[in-house]
Write a protein that binds this ligand. Structure first.
Ligand SMILES: Nc1ncnc2c1ncn2[C@@H]1O[C@H](COP(=O)(O)OP(=O)(O)OP(=O)(O)O)[C@@H](O)[C@H]1O
Ligand SMILES: [Mg+2]
Length: 253
């Protein structure tokens, strides 16, 4: 059974269908890309999947449960995590604190323990900090474990955001343009990082404009155009699909 199954998902904004009758499935252990021109509905699709937006119609199953109309916190507890198209890092916090924030949904110790600084909480905090440091090394920003977020270059911050989303121990990670604004060698590093995720038990859905990256690392690709599903298949099938070539790749993609 697939990890995520989306059926006929539709979302309108003032009569315009930003996502229009989109269906697809994601198998556990794969990397699935979502591509399409600007305004095609990729981020809206992410916002629907993660519960940020309520669909106008359509259904969704995630990790064996009906997941329609669930709030983002509940979907996160079921094992969904994401990064954002526009970097969402707290610049007035340390790098490692940003990552530790990602674990808070999992580690709910309650108000009582928190108020009285109980030893259990101190131990949990130490373990959480060690885990966050390990995740920072995993994504390749181990050099910034003692740094403030504001001291980190943009490329490292993009990877710090991935570390934070991994701290929630997700089954499914949604990455919205993880290579946006990165140079070639930084893109290459993100590419290598994403490929390490399925073997570590994290299924990936990826929105990305960098075609080389998408074609290199994706098991399957969903192509959106004006909110609709234009095609879905392996990188090779997508590259050879005449509709995709006409609508997207042929226009400078
Ligand atoms: N909250 C909203 N209110 C009104 N319209 C919206 C809203 N969110 C998205 N849209 C519209 O939905 C359409 C799809 O936008 P979306 O951001 O999903 O595209 P995208 O594929 O992620 O584009 P990009 O590649 O530029 O990030 C656009 O026409 C956009 O203006
Ligand atoms: Mg977008």
């Amino acid at each position: 059974m697939s990890l995520l199954a989306v059926s006929h998902l539709t979302r309108e904004f003032g009569g315009v269908k930003a996502v229009d009758d989109v269906s697809f499935q994601i198998e556990a252990g794969t990397i699935h890309a979502v591509i399409g021109p600007n305004g095609a509905g990729k981020t809206t699709l992410f916002n629907l999947i993660t519960g940020v937006y309520t669909p106008s119609s359509g259904t969704m199953r995630f990790a064996g449960t009906e997941a329609n109309h669930q709030p983002p916190e509940r979907l996160a507890r079921l094992g969904m995590s994401r990064t954002f198209q526009n970097l969402q890092i707290c610049m007035n916090m340390s790098a490692i604190a940003n990552v530790m924030v990602g674990a808070h949904l999992r580690l709910n110790h309650g108000l009582f323990a928190g108020m009285f600084h109980l030893p259990t909480l101190r131990r949990a905090d130490r373990a959480c900090r060690e885990e966050a440091a390990e995740l920072m090394r995993f994504v390749g920003v181990g050099a910034y474990i003692d740094a403030h977020a504001s001291e980190m270059p943009y490329g490292a911050l993009k990877r710090l955001e991935i570390a934070r989303s991994l701290a929630a121990k997700p089954k499914l990670l949604l990455l919205d343009e993880p290579a946006a604004g990165l140079n070639d060698s930084e893109t290459h590093e993100v590419d290598a990082l994403i490929q390490k995720l399925p073997p570590a038990g994290v299924t990936v859905v990826l929105v990305e404009h960098d075609m080389k990256l998408v074609m290199n690392i994706s098991d399957r690709i969903l192509v959106l155009n004006y909110g609709r599903r234009l095609a879905e298949g392996t990188p090779r099938e997508i590259r050879e699909n005449p509709d995709v070539i006409a609508a997207y790749l042929g226009t400078g993609g």
